[in-house]
Structures are given as C-alpha cells and as structure tokens.
Design a protein around this ligand. Structure first.
Ligand SMILES: Nc1ncnc2c1ncn2[C@@H]1O[C@H](COP(=O)(O)OP(=O)(O)OP(=O)(O)O)[C@@H](O)[C@H]1O
Ligand SMILES: [Mg+2]
Length: 696
C-alpha cells in the first residue's frame, strides 16, 4: 500500500449560503463544469470524491493525466456545490466485463461411520459472461440459490476459492484502485447497532472521503445522502441489533446504500437493494440508483421479484438458473427472445414474473407452477435444459463476439491510463483513520464500556475478597500469599475472557470495511485495542484499591503502587493473549473453549498449587504469565530476608517459607521483561492472524 498522500487544496470559501466552498474556474484542463457554483480541489487520483459533471462525451478522454511519475501528484477538479452532489458525474467510468465465470465449492461429506471424509465439488456459477458499460444498470434475476450473490461478490473482487474465468475493469484485473472506487451493498446489512443513522454515515464519510474535504463538507455530503434516501425521519435513531429494536429493515438497507453513495463510486454493486421494501420505497431507491447510473456509473444489482415498473428501469438483464445463464441482453427484448424460442405467453404479464418462472423451469401458460411430484420435476428439468442449450446457441456466441470487440477497444484505450490503475493510495492518513476509528469505537461501545453488570461483578468480588481476607495478620503468611495469588489469577484471566470476543464479534464489519479499502489494518487494530484500555485498566485499579487495603497487605505506598502496576501489567498481557486467541480462531465458541483450557493449564502451572513440578514438565510454568505475575507480586510484597512470626514468639525467614522458596524472589526484572515480550508477541500474533481473515 502506498503511504498517505498529501492533498493540495485551492479553495475559496463562500461563507454566505453554501457549506461548499466556491472558486474561480479550474486552470488545468479539467472537464468543463456545468455550474458556476464550483470549487477546485486537488485530490489523489484514486480517491473517491464526489465528482462534478463533465462536459465531454467520452469520460475516458477527459480524464486529466497525472503530472507526477511518483503517483503522488494532485489532480484539480471542481466539486459541485449544490444539493445534488450525490449524483455528480463520476470521473472514472468503469467498463465491467466478465467472461466464462465459473465458481466451484468443495462440500465435505462424512462417508462411513468410521468417519472417512470425502470431498464433492459443487458448481455454483457455470460460465457466466457479460459486459456492463458506464451509465448502464445490469439486473441479475433468478430464483433463490441461483447464484446471484455469488456472482455479485465475484464481480466485487471479494470471492475467494475456485473462481475461474476473467473479470476485468476497463480491461484491467481487480486492484486496490478499483476496490476504492467500488460501492458494494451486501445482501445482509452489516452496521454497528449502537450508532445512529447520522453517526453511521458520518463516520463512513470521515473514513472514506479524502482529507482534502473538510469535516463540514463531509457532513454536508452526509446531509445530502440522508435527504436523498428519505432517512430524515430516523436520522437520530439507533440502528439496532438482535437484542434491541432500532430502525426498520428497509431503513437499514437505505443506510447501507447511503454508505456506498457517499463515496461517489464508479462501480456500484447492490445485492437485493429492494427486498423487504414496499413498492413505493423500492421504486424510490431504484430511481436513485438510476440517477446514479446516469452520472456515468456502472451499476449491477441483484433483485427479487421486481414489479414491471422496476423491471423497465434496467438496461440489461442476466437471468440465472441454478448457476447457469439462460438469458443475457437488454431488458426490453427478453420477452421477445423467449417467444422466439417458443416460450411465449398469451397473457400480459410482468416480464420479471415470466423470467423467474422460466428460470424455475416453468414454461409460460403451463400448469406446472401449481403441480408437484416427479412428473413436474422432470418437466422442469427439461425446460431448464432447453433454455440452457438455447442460450448456448443463440446468445453465447453473439456475446463472445461482442466482448471480443469491446476487448480490442478497451485495451487500446486503457494503455495510456495503465499507470493510474496501478497506483494505490489511501484517501486518509493513518493517524486520521486511527482517530476516527477510536472515536467510532468509543461511541459504539459507550453502553458496553460502562456496563453496570461488569462494574458490579468486579466490585462485589473485591468487597467479598476483602471481607474474607479482612486485615490478615503478617503471621498468617499462607493467607497473604493466597491473596496475592488470587490477584494474579483473577486479573490474569478475567481480561482474557473479555478480549477473546473482541475480533470474532467484529469479523463481518472488518471484512466489509477492509474489502472496500477503508483503512489500514494497523490503524483499526490499535484503535480497537486502545479504545478498550480505559475500562480494562479502571476496573483492576478499583479492585486493587479495595482488596489491598481491606486485606491488610503491606501499607507502604510504594509497595501498593508496585502491586497495582504488576496487576495492570498482567491485565495487558492477559488481554493480549485473549486478542490473539480470538483473532486466530475468529469463532466465539471455539475461542472461549481454547481460552478456558489455556487458563486452566496456566493456573495449575502458576506455581501456587504444585510447588515441586516434575522436571520434564517444568517448562510449562515458564509459559504461564500468571506465574510471572504471582512471582512479581510476591517480590513486591516480600524480601527473602524478611521475617515473620511462624509460631508464638518464633520468627522465621520469609525466603524459607515453602511457597516462597519454590518461586524464588530473584531476577524480578527478567520476569518483567518476559511479560513484556509476551505482551508484544501475543499482540503481534493477533495482528498477523487478522491479516489472514478472508475477505469474504
Ligand atoms: N461457500 C459455499 N459453500 C456451499 N454452498 C455455497 C457456498 N456459497 C454459495 N453456496 C450455494 O450456492 C448457491 C447460490 O448461492 P447464492 O447466495 O449466490 O444464491 P442467491 O441467488 O443469491 O440466493 P438468494 O436469492 O436466496 O439470495 C446456493 O445454493 C448456496 O447454498
Ligand atoms: Mg443472494
């Protein structure tokens, strides 16, 4: 990835009416602005920023060239300062081509009772071809399970596994640049439940719009999107989640669309944007999509049961049946095509209904739709086979020729722009991403952070422990040592269980946002872990304050402060291990199981329960950070040459007490260093494991 770029900005502020700055006309050969109400902004070439309308007929020709060979040059172009800015014409039109796309998955099956596994391959997509040009909307139709989402995911560069065929964007393969110019609205909405609609969109704007726009300008874009998508009524409502009600499903969908509209994408991929919406809202959403497309964007959408009104808004249609294409072409000629191969209907029907019937293997005017049984199934299979072979005969060859022409045309033209497609830069700086992610994390977890149950848990354990160890006399050395061991166990393991959930819970969000190149993984990782620190450190501090004094441990201030620091240090190490386990497994159930096994092993090997560990397994205790924490707490509290009253009138040396003797209180700095290594090492493992999270 490239380092953050610096933007040069030439803005004249208009402080009177518009929140957008205004300026004189551009001096570089930029597209002609249609409105005089424009500003010139210099932005990195591949940052997605709302673009102005351009006057030229061919967007590729009007694209300004970079002046700097290092790809850190700036590009001046006007940003329109009106409320219609979400529809500004894109400066980077993308022609999307997909040829013979085949996708297979392995299905593992247990064969016998002895548990032998065999692998069977399932073809999800079977040779799908098409081309979508800027300004066009391609709709993917097909019954549930026909492969629409899979194809859309492949087109968005987010499908891993056995994908073959060729998918190109202006003749180039998928790249980071394309990633940042692509808006992808997934079928399931992945949103933070505790943020409001405005907050959700605003944080997205802060992360995805370039730094060359001020915060006010980003806020203005959010306002435009909220108005355009009719979200004004619920703008201050929380998104909601499984445990509490928030905005409606349709509103969530619109928020997801809004998140992608904000960045003015050149390629917009929408997975069922209208499912679950009433027909008026669905129409409204598609109107918005249509307007976006007419700004030079390439739009691909999957859709279930569009009304005929919606159907006629599409330019092209791909009809899928069990992963095989049975129609590709203009939406307006689909009925004509099917009647040419003897699948015509005498009734006036919604074309989408007829297409879906055919994709299900139900011929028009047949009674199969209501019939069930072997006969009907056989007939449906026959219809599907007929349609697939008709596609191969009538459409496939023509399509290949069309694509071949387009290939020649595009490669020739894209040659000069190739360097642009290769460049990959971040729209915002690392520090900016860190700040926004930290702020967003704190807002999202504002209820969780001061979760009363957690505070109650910790304080009640501290008070109960304090009462049990109430003012333990110095002669009761076993009890005092047990109290120190309790410190190391409680704060060695409690944070681990909290941290284990961190990354598995955020998995879907992380995948979604990283797939669109929103931020560096390191900025996310640090923001997420730093955000948790205040509470993670506040609770043990309160705990130690209560139990230390109630338990009557050494009253010297430095001993108390060192004991507190050792506990906080152990908290950080334990949190690191929890993060690593969570990030490696990315599954809450598996992660908690592994965490409980690990804690149990570390607990036993911690040096308190077994004082004479057999030599062949003694290494285990050196892996346990609770061993180091316990040893440090002992070392802070006692000196080997201290004395205590072991029986009436008899003083014994602390260093000779078996529990202390077996630990030894020397070389405490080595223990501090080893814990430091664990702290850094576990976090590094967590970070590397997150890198491996598959972007799907
Ligand atoms: N990784 C996978 N492993 C096994 N099966 C898969 C996998 N991915 C997809 N499938 C299967 O592929 C088929 C197509 O899935 P896909 O989600 O693309 O369907 P769809 O057309 O989007 O359906 P819907 O309209 O219900 O959303 C389904 O039968 C699904 O079960
Ligand atoms: Mg789907």
């Amino acid at each position: 990835m490239c380092s953050p770029v610096h933007f040069e900005k030439q803005v004249k502020r208009n402080s009177l009416t518009s929140p957008f700055p205004q300026s004189s006309p551009p001096s570089t050969p930029t597209p002609t602005p249609k409105s005089s109400n424009n500003i010139i902004l210099a932005v990195p070439l591949n940052c997605m920023e709302p673009k102005p309308e351009y006057g030229g007929s061919d967007p590729m020709e009007t694209l300004p060239e970079m002046s700097d060979p290092q790809n850190t040059a700036v590009l001046a172009y006007p940003v329109q300062a009106n409320s219609q800015s979400v529809y500004q014409r894109t400066m980077y039109p993308i022609t999307l081509k997909f040829e013979e796309v085949v996708y297979k998955v392995n299905l593992d099956r247990k064969e016998s009772c002895w548990g032998s596994w065999t692998s069977r391959e399932k073809t999800i997509l079977n040779g799908i071809t098409g081309i979508v040009s800027p300004g066009e909307i391609l709709a993917m139709l097909g019954p549930s399970g026909s492969g629409k989402t899979t194809l859309l995911t492949a087109l968005g560069g987010r499908l891993n596994g056995k994908l073959s065929g060729k998918i190109t964007y202006n003749g180039q393969p998928f790249s980071g640049t394309i990633k940042r110019r692509t808006g992808f609205v997934a079928q399931d909405d992945v949103l933070y439940p505790h943020l409001t609609v405005t907050e959700t969109l605003f944080f997205t704007a802060l992360l995805r719009l370039p730094n060359s726009l001020t915060q006010d300008e980003k806020a203005q874009h959010v306002e435009n999107v909220i108005t355009e998508l009719g979200l004004t009524r619920c703008r201050n409502s929380m998104i909601g989640g499984p445990l509490f009600r928030g905005i409606s499903g349709g509103e969530k969908k619109r928020v997801s669309i809004g998140q992608e509209m904000l960045i003015n994408p050149s390629l917009l991929l929408l997975d069922e944007p209208t499912s679950g919406l009433d027909s008026t809202t669905a129409q409204r959403i598609l109107n918005t999509v249509k307007k976006l497309a007419s700004g030079g964007r390439t739009v691909v959408t999957t859709i279930h049961q569009p009304s005929s009104r919606l159907y006629h808004m599409f330019d092209k249609v791909v009809l899928l049946s069990e992963g095989c294409p049975i129609y590709y072409g203009p939406a307006s000629t689909a009925l004509e095509y099917f009647s040419s191969i003897n699948f015509s209907t005498s009734m006036t029907v919604n074309p989408a209904d007829l297409l879906l019937d055919l994709a299900n293997g139900i011929a028009p005017d047949s009674k199969q739709a209501t019939e069930q049984g072997e006969n009907a199934e056989r007939e449906q299979k026959l219809v599907k086979e007929t349609l697939i072979s008709a596609y191969d005969k009538n459409i496939s060859t023509r399509l290949k020729a069309e694509l071949c022409d387009a290939n020649n045309y595009n490669y020739a033209r894209d040659g000069s722009k190739r360097h642009d497609m290769k460049s990959e830069q971040w729209c915002t700086s690392w520090w900016h991403q860190f700040k926004v992610l930290l702020q967003r994390g704190l807002r999202e977890r504002r209820f969780e952070a001061f979760n009363r149950l957690r505070i109650f848990q910790v304080i009640s354990v501290a008070i109960l422990g304090g009462l049990l160890w109430w003012h333990t006399p110095t002669s009761h050395i076993e009890d005092r040592i047990a109290l120190l061991f309790f410190f190391s166990v409680f704060w060695g393991f409690y944070p681990l269980y909290n941290a284990v959930f961190t990354f598995p819970q955020e998995r879907r969000m992380l995948i979604k946002e990283r797939s669109s190149g929103m931020y560096h993984l390191s900025s996310y990782f640090l923001a997420r872990t730093v955000g948790d620190l205040p509470l993670e450190l506040a609770l043990p501090t309160a705990f130690v304050f209560i139990i230390y004094w109630m338990g009557g441990l050494k009253p010297e201030p430095e001993t108390f402060i060192f004991s507190l620091l050792v506990v906080l240090y152990a908290v950080l190490v334990s949190q690191s291990l929890g993060l690593a386990i969570g990030a490696i497994l990315m599954d809450i159930k598996q992660a908690t199981t592994l965490a409980s096994v690990t804690t149990l092993v570390f607990l036993i090997a911690g040096g308190y329960y077994v004082q004479q560990i057999p030599p062949f397994i003694v290494w285990l205790k050196y892996l346990s950070y609770s061993y180091y924490c316990y040893k440090l707490l002992l070392g802070v509290q006692y000196n080997e040459d201290d004395y205590y009253e072991c029986s009436k009138g008899v003083m014994c040396r602390v260093g000779d007490f078996p529990a202390v003797k077996s630990m030894g209180l020397n070389h405490l700095w080595v223990d501090v260093a080893i814990m430091g290594l664990m702290l850094v090492g576990y976090r590094l493992v967590a970070y590397l494991a997150l890198h491996r999270v598959r972007l799907r």
